[in-house]
Each structure stands twice: as C-alpha cells, then as structure tokens.
Design a binder for this molecule. Sequence first.
Ligand SMILES: NC(=O)c1ccc[n+]([C@@H]2O[C@H](COP(=O)([O-])OP(=O)(O)OC[C@H]3O[C@@H](n4cnc5c(N)ncnc54)[C@H](O)[C@@H]3O)[C@@H](O)[C@H]2O)c1
Length: 262
Amino acid sequence: MAAGRDRVAGKIALVTGAASGIGRAIARMLAEQGATVMVADIQETMALAVVAEIAEEGGSAELVPLDVTDEGQWIAAVDGVLDRHGRLDVLVNNAGVGSRSDGTIEDVTLEGWRAVMAVNAEGVMLGCKHGVRAMKAQGGGSIVNMSSIAGIVGAPQLSAYCASKGAVRMLTKSVALHCARKGYGIRCNSVHPSYTDTPMVDRMINARSDPARMRAALESASPFGRMGAPDDIAGAVLYLASDDSGFVTGAELVVDGGVTAM
Ligand SMILES: NC(=O)c1ccc[n+]([C@@H]2O[C@H](COP(=O)([O-])OP(=O)(O)OC[C@H]3O[C@@H](n4cnc5c(N)ncnc54)[C@H](O)[C@@H]3O)[C@@H](O)[C@H]2O)c1
C-alpha cells in the first residue's frame, strides 16, 4: 500500500471495472488515500461488495451501475456524480475484456473484434468524452486510461486486444493535447501493465490444458520472475490521479516489471 493517507484527499473519483482485479485495487487504494470513489461496473453484486469492503476499511464509496459501451449510461453516471457531489476530479477508464472472443488475424471474427473494441476502445472514448465535459466546467481533473503492454508491443494471438489497447494509447494523447490547448486543466495519461494476477488472467490460465505450466510461463516472462499484483498497477494510477503528477499529460506509464525493457 502507498505511504501516507491523503494523496487524493477530498477528490471525487470514478473507476470503471471496479468490481474485480485491477479496478478493485484502484478503487480501494484511492479510497484509502482520501478520495470518495464511485465503484462503476456491470457486475453490480460484486461492485457492491467492493463498496462494502471500502466502507469496512474506513473509506467512502458508492455503487454506480455502468456498462461503459452505452453512452446513455455514461451520461446518467456522470450527471449523477455531478448532482450528488458537484464535481468529478478523477476518472479511471479501467474496464476491459480479454481474449475469449479474440484470435490471430486469421482466426478473429468480426463479431469477436467488435466485442473487444466496444468495451476496450469505445468504452474509453465515451468515458473521456463525458469526463472532459464534467471536468472542464470545474477547471480541471485527471483521466487515467488503462491500456496494456499489448498497446505497445504485439501479441500474435490477440489481434483485437492489441488493436484496442493501441487505440487507448493514442486516444489518450489526443485527449491530452486537446485539453491542454483549450486550457481546461485536464490531464490524460495511459497505464500499461504486463500480465497481472487478476480474475481475467486466471480465466486465461484455467482455459489451458496445463494451467500450472501456463502460470509458470507467465511468471517467468518477467525479469522479476512474477506477474504484477493489482496493487502494483493501482500505485501507478494513484500517482497519475494525484497532484504529484501535475505536469504529466499524454504520457505512457509502463508497469511491467521490465518486460518491455528486454
Ligand atoms: N490482468 C492483466 O494481465 C492485464 C494486463 C494489462 C492490462 N489489463 C487491463 O486492465 C483492466 C482490468 O483488467 P483485470 O485484469 O482487472 O480484469 P477483470 O476481468 O478482473 O476485471 C475487469 C472488470 O471490468 C468489468 N467490465 C467488463 N466489461 C464492462 C463493461 N462493458 N462496462 C463496465 N464494466 C465492465 C468487469 O465486470 C470486471 O469487473 C482491463 O482494461 C485490462 O485489459 C489487464
């Protein structure tokens, strides 16, 4: 856990995909550091459990039911936050889907491609659009978009996932430059994890004929000899959400234990 308890004190934050994995860790860490956190997800029961967990830890959180692919739901979610809290300081576009409907360029179907792009790319675009709308009126804010090392280096079997995460990487820079030129005071950055130990990766490992071997292969792919932990990624998001990163925009923060340094 990060040092201190007030790095985002008083901020209103919305985290998508916050019911599980990396999003859950981000929501808990932002709340631990003083933010009021909107736990946004399509899985409402699991999201409610995260809200309860944060309350037990002495933090402040609320459930925001949200399918990031639906613009009407984004409008309702952001307007609801503005009605209840008067502002939105931090938006973390973390919700994403993995490889089930993906494949190599020879295997991927148009339907599978669109399913991945709808959440990972269009969902982030809609979040940025409505996040900027809310934040510009108040004079600033921080948007953090969850990409992946798959947005920087290719993976042959993940054509749609790589394309979606590359889209997030470049959308982030476009949003950052637009907001800077307009003088909105809004920063926008992307985070690029390598394999991180979450339910998404568990599903991928357990779909293999030899899960233990697959897990060992993912661990040994990193110079650190382990996968990332959700808190490793949450710490990077906390930095970008906080005022410590006040001069950082359009940046790619790689959190990969050295994988892409090789
Ligand atoms: N785990 C990894 O190895 C890894 C590596 C790099 C990047 N990422 C990215 O990190 C993010 C989080 O991944 P994770 O590993 O925690 O996955 P996860 O499956 O554990 O959690 C993803 C969450 O997103 C939610 N979600 C999915 N579709 C949604 C939608 N349409 N609207 C709202 N919420 C939705 C799910 O309900 C779930 O709670 C994703 O964007 C993923 O691509 C993960």
